[in-house]
Design a protein around this ligand. Sequence first.
Ligand code: GTP
Ligand code: MG
Length: 202
Amino acid sequence: VHVVQAEFVKSSVRTEDFPSDGLPEFALVGRSNVGKSSLLNSLVRRKRLALTSKKPGKTQCINHFRINDSWYLVDLPGYGYAAAPQELRRDWSKFTKDYFLNRSALVSVFLLIDASIPAKKIDLEYASWLGQNQIPMTLIFTKCDKRKKKKNGGKRPEENVSDFQELIRSFFQTVPPWIMTSSVTNQGRDEILLHMAQLRNY
Ligand code: GTP
Ligand code: MG
């Protein structure tokens, strides 16, 4: 299940630009700054394969990375980035939603949720949209290395995670599979790769 080879393939701004080799793929989605690109780097054990930034809105296209020449990790632009112009935000959300609904190579969405802060409404909305459209998803809680801070509501990552799961029970009969992660300590890396390998073999 380990990554022995990872290469950036392309950035797409239109559906027609996506790779057409039909290899299975997993999409990393979540709010801007939640740590999608950092998680991708952690999974492939590279520092800067996907570009990361302290400033939200770093990733602007749909980026395909081919892993072990047999499957893809897909880094998406984040949602909920308030500084982006309204029109651009609408375009992006349409583009990414079309991608979720129509991409046959997509095996599962990995929805990233920041465990260092309390649950955000937009994350619940996103999860329920994916659920309503029957798009398979795994919840990935990020930044589990971060300790509690007063300004973050004073809760530990574990508490934020269980709060989020509690909320998600109102949308789903069962809570989707979930994994606690950190791109700083690489917590959850093997668990994610194993989970992806199992999903590819279904
Ligand atoms: P966009 O491309 O803007 O949508 O953001 P993104 O989701 O790709 O986030 P990115 O990986 O660029 O990370 C955003 C910031 O969070 C960076 O400053 C990272 O260093 C930090 N970060 C990401 N993952 C972790 C983590 O697991 N722990 C901690 N402490 N910081 C993290
Ligand atoms: Mg990014």
